[in-house]
Design a protein around this ligand. Structure first.
Ligand code: PLP
Length: 390
């Protein structure tokens, strides 16, 4: 299957207005997502919020099945929440740790996850151990093997970091976790939507993701996958009467699916938008999305190698659709603002978002370009012309 780019762009209104080259921040929503959002808000305004949810119950319930199909899970294993951090935290804070338990994590770990590790280090006495990277900069799986002992209570890594093209060997890490029976929490926030994701192949117990980045869903959406056997074992850190119905005056009974991590009130319009985004991506095909987005990113890297003063900062053997770089003498934030004024959207990533990696490599604030399937080589021409003349 190939992508009909002209048709895709006609169905993605933002492409008519901006060269949006930052799907790692938020992707451009295609028309079916916008329609789903607007339709539900209009219905809420016309017949009432609760009544709209009741009328659309089938479609809204279907979002679980769509997300499940996207990652090879079952609907029971999916909780819909407001962002990737909330999803990740629900899994992480539900896990019981005792003093001395070790958490193994990656150098590419995202700031939100790492501060949560630090909090539980302070509160519960856990030990944080960072898995070294190999010579290419990806997580070193053989080093991980040597770090395993009976005190390792969790492996929690980021598959694709926020600050560049690295793709960590998430499935190989999963094989190690399975072999030793260690729980495995995977941050797939930047992976979902830019490539096929299959939780069985990954071997993860928990996976967190957002709707707004490469999935091109609305902001304020995310989901958590919890592997079936964990559903009966994990007590959420926070509950309400949706995830844990109040079954008699002294008792609550946890739901027996991943929705025990949800609460009662939800943004149903956003949820409808997320469902539309997932269906849209699956209709296009995640393998062809990956092929196109990664090829455009490679084109950016090739152009940067020719650009005076530019240094590509991506590490690892395999490079995804996020390109990180610096340009000598340029202030990244200023560059982002100058390009935005010309209708070209790129991003910047501060060292504090991935501090371990940034300090190990002495990285300054990086520029980030993250093309998606709807972008074109013409837009890359525009980007590089603007960079040359700005
Ligand atoms: C790797 C990674 N993990 C987690 C997050 C957090 O996602 P959210 O902002 O949806 O909570 C991000 C956001 O940029 C990210 O890049």
């Amino acid at each position: 299957m190939t992508l009909d780019i002209a048709k895709i762009r006609a169905r993605t209104p933002g492409t008519q207005h901006v060269a949006h080259l930052i799907a790692s921040g938020a992707g451009l929503m295609p028309q079916p997502v916008i329609d789903a959002l607007q339709k539900h808000i209009a219905l809420e305004a016309r017949i009432g919020g609760y009544e709209a949810a009741a009328q659309e119950v089938e479609c809204l319930d279907g979002v679980y099945a769509s997300v499940a199909r996207l990652i090879g899970a079952t609907s029971r294993e999916i909780a819909l929440v407001e962002n990737a951090t909330v999803a990740w935290c629900h899994a992480f804070y539900a896990l019981p740790f005792k003093p001395g338990d070790r958490i193994l994590t990656s150098e590419a770990e995202y700031a939100a996850n790492y501060v949560a590790f630090l909090q539980r280090q302070k509160r519960d006495g856990i030990v944080i151990d960072v898995i070294p990277s190999d010579v290419d900069g990806a997580l070193d799986v053989s080093a991980l093997e040597t770090m395993i002992d009976e005190r390792v209570a969790l492996i929690a890594i980021t598959w694709i970091p926020t600050n560049g093209g690295l793709v960590n060997p998430a499935a190989e890490v999963g094989r190690v976790a399975r072999k030793h029976g260690i729980p495995y929490l995977l941050d797939a926030c930047q992976a979902v939507g830019q490539m096929p994701v299959d939780v069985t192949a990954l071997g993860c117990d928990f996976l967190s993701a957002t709707g707004r980045k490469f999935l091109c869903g609305p902001r304020g959406t995310g989901f958590l996958y919890v592997r079936e056997p964990w559903l009966v074992k994990l007590e959420p850190a926070m509950i309400d009467h949706f995830g844990a119905p109040w079954t008699d005056c002294d008792t609550y009974t946890l739901r027996d699916d991943a929705r025990r991590f949800e609460t009662w009130e939800n943004a149903y319009a956003l949820r409808a938008g997320l469902g539309a985004a997932v269906e849209y991506a699956m209709d296009l095909g995640l393998d062809v999305i990956q092929e196109r987005a990664w090829q455009l990113a490679d084109s950016v890297r090739a152009r940067l190698r020719e650009f005076p003063g530019a240094v590509v900062r991506d590490i690892g053997r395999e490079h995804c659709a996020i390109v990180s770089f610096t340009i000598d003498g340029r202030d990244p934030r200023e560059t982002v603002m100058k390009l935005r004024a010309q209708g070209i959207n790129i991003g910047a990533s501060d060292p504090s978002s991935t501090r371990l990696d940034a300090e190990a490599r002495s990285l300054p604030t990086l520029l980030r370009v993250a093309p998606h399937y709807y972008n074109t080589e013409d837009e890359l021409d525009r980007l590089f012309n603007a960079l040359a003349t700005t």
